[in-house]
Design a protein around this ligand. Structure first.
Ligand SMILES: Nc1ncnc2c1ncn2[C@@H]1O[C@H](COP(=O)(O)OP(=O)(O)O)[C@@H](O)[C@H]1O
Ligand SMILES: Cc1ncc(COP(=O)(O)OP(=O)(O)O)c(N)n1
Length: 259
């Protein structure tokens, strides 16, 4: 059995974060494990509370897993603050790491800050160089490169700038562009474009989490990065098409449809 680990925040409503990641791993037939960085109280309309965990609690979770179990890939999501990032990076130093897919989660679709300002610098300096792939959305890529993005040409420019920050591959996701859902991958030499039709369904909660954990699951199963992203993009497209309403705000993507 292949394994995958998510290091992320808990979303009690089950659409994003740890809960969305574990559903994605299960749908890929990969054994999922989790290290929780923060507990959020959120639903389809808002994030009402966030409690970052103490760094020691995060380090101990990582040690418990790596001291005993072979980890075939890691997905990293919500990191929340600088102390948490430092704890993870310091604990990682004791282990041989598999490929890491990092979704630099900064803000929820419902508008709540999920990464404190002073933590952005730490992610870039300490985390990006450890990663096989980073998967910023348009807003995150704009923030990280300080450049506006409105089309695929701008996405390529952002990919080049982000690549210089140390990750081996960069995927800029186009879900927030108006009339396309094109994602752009850059490996330092070549671009790969994943161009799917935009789906008209507001129930897209957890798309970024599901995409990055699907990529990690595919890497666990031995896929290279280009194919892992292609398969994950097919997965998320179907999951968005099947997204459903469960509350008064936008609902989650669907991990349970026939594929
Ligand atoms: N309406 C949509 N139709 C099709 N694909 C979408 C749609 N919205 C997002 N996606 C895709 O979902 C994935 C997550 O993208 P995005 O929404 O940009 O990330 P995030 O959830 O981190 O903001 C990407 O592959 C993106 O292209
Ligand atoms: C705990 C937690 N982590 C990440 C997110 C953001 O999820 P994402 O898939 O990027 O997008 P939305 O669900 O916000 O549309 C989150 N909300 N909570």
């Amino acid at each position: 059995m292949k394994t995958a680990l998510t290091i992320a925040g808990s979303d009690c409503s089950g659409g994003a974060g740890i809960q969305g990641d574990l559903k994605t791993f299960a749908a890929h037939g990969v054994y999922g494990m989790s290290v929780i960085t923060a507990v959020t109280a959120q639903n389809t309309t808002k994030v009402s509370h966030i409690q970052g965990l103490e760094p020691i609690t995060i380090s101990k979770q990582i040690e418990a897993i790596f001291d005993d179990i072979k980890v075939d890939s890691i997905k990293i999501g919500m990191l929340f603050n600088k102390r948490i990032i430092t704890a993870i990076v310091n604990t990682f130093k004791h282990y041989q790491l598999p490929k890491i897919v990092l979704d630099p989660v900064m803000i929820s679709t419902t508008g709540r800050i999920l990464l404190k300002g002073d933590a952005i610098e730490s992610i870039v300096k300490d985390m990006f160089p450890l990663c096989n792939l980073i998967t910023p959305n348009i807003l995150e890529a704009e923030r990280l490169t300080d450049t506006p993005i409105s089309n695929t040409y701008d996405m390529e420019t952002a990919c080049r700038k982000l690549y210089e920050l140390g990750s081996k591959n960069v995927l800029v996701k186009g879900g927030h562009l108006r009339d396309t859902a094109c994602d752009v991958l850059f490996d330092g030499n070549d671009f790969t474009y994943y161009n799917h039709k935009r789906i008209d369904n507001p129930n897209t909660r957890g798309t970024g989490c599901a995409l990055s954990s699907a990529i990690a699951a595919n890497i666990s199963k031995g896929q290279n990065t280009v194919d892992a992203v292609r398969m994950a993009k097919d997965y998320i497209t179907k999951a968005i098409a099947g997204g459903f309403s469960i509350g008064s705000g936008d609902g989650p993507v669907n991990h349970f449809i026939e594929r």
